[in-house]
Ligand binder design. Sequence first.
Ligand code: F3S
Length: 400
Amino acid sequence: MISLTSQQQAMLDGAEGKAAQKALQILLALAKIYQAEELLPVSSVQIAGVSYDNLGEAGLEYLTEMADSGGRVKVFTTLNPAGMDRENWQALGIPPDFARQQIRVLDAFARMGVVTTCTCTPYLVGNLPVFGEHIAWSESSAVCYANAVLGARTNREGGPSALASALTGFTPAYGMHLEENRRPALTVMVETGIHGTQSFGALGVSISRKVAHLANKPVVWIEGILSASLEELKSFCASLATYTGTAMFHIPGITPESSRYLRPEACVSVSRKELEEACRELNPIQDTPVDFVSLGCPHLDLPEIARIAEILSGKKVKKEFWITTSRPVKQMADQMGYTRIIEESGARFATDTCCVVAPIKGWFNCMATDSAKACYYASSKNQMETVFLPFEDVIQEALR
Ligand code: F3S
């Protein structure tokens, strides 16, 4: 039985309006399902299910109703990528009917006080929790990054539960909020050097094969990785979360909670050969030529965009090339002159959105990317074939 504070009880009784009351009812229903004993205060929220492609009319109606009934967020809240670039949607070929509905979605969030920056890397644009903070985030790669790399605590929320946390400032205390669920249970010995976003993505795929037979996927303790950059970690988080469904891992010397635990005795290893097999799995032999190139799953940071500009400078791309990132990072790229160089090459920024949530099914046949997660959704959601390459080779593919 959950115990409520007097503030929570008043909210449940309607003292803070209908939207907050309904939101708290949603959280209490979740608390009952997961046997949570209390509601924890959260410091930040990130809401997924923003694309009209995923939400549809029913989702838009729900958001409009919550905004109309006075819903206002109580904590810093940002959004996951939407179905289009709000400023550049026409150039990217988004149909006007879709754009109209997507803008209504974003406007409903804005009316509730949500910061309508749409990104799966909120931690790059100021939605950055500190160690030990309880938060309520939705995007699976960001949830994994928040838990493992930042040491914050969040379950993978659905869109409605994340919005409910934003409107109330609370989340039920279960899952990744509790110490016992963050402990590692399986050691993964990585027996080969891992470098670059593609290799870290392949590692997530390899680990998923090792735990595929386990009903409850364990938190893994990964040995053999001596260093990892922010870009490599965000790629790994996206891949691990997509292919295993887990939201936490530890790498001694790299992730902050690893010092709390001992190496689990149960152990598996990942060899060079197995990593190569994971790459091949996302790179099947196929005859379809690449007609779409995309970098930015998860959304790119500024150094990655600088590298793209450096390689594309003075050249012309020969394929449709989308560079996906958040609006604040794109604004820094504008300021640094990277946007001009990239756009002069013929590549396009797809800001606020990505190659998975944009309504591009049927537009392309084969996509080149460095992201294991993008490969997964390109084939399962958008029925594209995939070519899985290192970051710089993806750029070269666009020039070929
Ligand atoms: Fe982000 Fe879209 Fe990939 S939300 S993690 S760029 S699938």
